[in-house]
Design a binder for this molecule. Structure first.
Ligand code: ADP
Ligand code: ASP
Ligand code: MG
Length: 368
């Protein structure tokens, strides 16, 4: 049995929701499907979750945008009446709490997909339990998830939220639908957690920032957790623990390129290329992280690369399996590009993947 999670860009419009339905129905093993709220359809578009948060803060315009977007989806999928009713309820309750408001994108996505494929909708508020302090109660969550899902051949669930002991909605941090998928996979003992997104898998750097990134066929749970906690938004760092504990592999896959195998995250894997990521810090600084610091001469090469690009590095830290560089936030993109060129592209030009949608090489250097 497989648990799938589809991210925001995979459910951004009606056509894509049809594609998600098709992928889901291709295999009876894909029993439990977690969906995000509709994300951006194009650069500069709105994410539904952002609009819902603005609507809660009082923006009537944002609420109207949410309504228009969901009604357009519902109309194309012939379920206007049901979704219009749901939207009325949400509009009435939008000021209830920030978490309630933020969660409604996932709620509606799941309602729509469930109706489309005629599968039961299971509300995450009834199975994902937080304690009064807002910490996830794993034991109760697993018990309830098993009790609710075991009898079902298939079910659609909203990601990103659960409930507090008083029944009110509590969300995970942003990007948290990944965590819901991992919890459902962990509770149900899935053979695989398929996480469907908008890129071919994990790359040596964020393909939005760097041209010539290379695909990673396999990576360990530990490396993935480090990579995502240092800034790689491709998978939420808190989604590793539930599957790691149960020994369930995560297969990161591209909704738009089903033929692409993606990246497998599991215990015995090891990405052999340096992986570069980073994130902003306070006071105009940022951190750039390089995983796989055991490669010979990596620190010297990285420092030379930054020097050559004229980038001042305030300090750096060396750990057993990664390096951190602290520098001005405005130098972030230049630093990532310079380091990627020196550490990944130059050492083996023939392996470069020209674009994020480029074909995964059968001779991927990360294969074991
Ligand atoms: P979803 O909505 O499916 O959860 P996200 O936007 O959260 O998708 O994550 C996918 C994005 O992660 C990609 O579009 C990509 O730009 C970004 N990303 C950052 N670092 C990496 C990396 N090392 N490899 C692949 N993608 C990355
Ligand atoms: N919709 C939420 C967000 O935008 C959660 C998610 O997509 O995983 O952060
Ligand atoms: Mg995400």
């Amino acid at each position: 049995m497989i648990v799938c999670k589809f991210g925001g860009s995979s459910v951004a419009d009606a056509e894509l929701i049809r594609l998600v339905a098709k992928i889901t129905q291709k295999s009876n093993d894909r029993r439990f499907v977690v969906v995000s709220a509709p994300g951006k359809r194009f650069a500069g578009d709105d994410k539904i979750t952002d609009l819902l948060i603005q609507a809660h803060q009082g923006s009537a315009r944002a609420l109207e945008k949410v309504r228009a977007r969901f009604l357009a989806i519902a109309e194309q999928l012939h379920m206007e009446e049901e979704i219009a009713r749901e939207l009325e309820t949400i509009a009435r309750r939008i000021f209830l709490s920030a978490d309630y408001a933020a969660s409604r994108g996932e709620y509606l996505s799941a309602r729509i997909l469930a109706r489309l494929i005629d599968a039961p909708f299971v509300d995450a508020k009834d199975i994902l339990c937080f304690d009064a302090s807002g910490t996830l109660d794993f034991r109760r969550t697993y018990e309830r998830t098993r009790a609710a899902l075991k009898p079902l051949a298939r079910a659609i669930l909203p990601g990103f939220y659960g409930s507090l002991p008083d029944g009110s909605i509590r969300t995970f941090p942003r990007g948290g639908s990944d965590i819901t998928g991992a919890l459902v996979a962990g509770a149900m003992g899935a053979q695989c957690y398929e996480n469907w997104t908008d890129v071919d898998g994990v790359f040596t750097a964020d393909p939005r920032l760097v041209e010539g990134v290379r695909p990673i066929e396999q990576i360990s749970y530990r490396q993935m957790r480090l990579l995502s906690s240092m800034g790689a938004s491709v998978l939420h760092p808190d989604s590793i623990r539930p599957v790691f504990r149960a020994g369930i592999p995560i297969q990161l896959r591209n909704t738009f390129r089903e033929d692409c195998p993606g990246t497998r995250i599991w215990a015995d894997a090891h990405a052999r290329l340096p992986l570069i990521t980073g994130k902003p810090l306070e006071s105009g600084m940022c951190v750039v992280a390089i995983l796989h610091a055991e490669a010979p001469g990596l620190l010297e090469n990285a420092r030379a690369s930054l020097d050559h690009a004229g980038i001042d590095c305030a300090s750096h830290s060396v750990f057993a399996d990664h390096l951190l560089f602290f520098l001005k936030a405005r130098e972030f993109v230049r630093a990532v590009r310079a380091l990627h060129e020196t550490l990944v592209e130059l050492p083996g030009d023939s392996r470069t993947c020209s674009s994020p949608s480029g074909t995964l090489s059968a001779e991927n250097p990360d294969a074991h």
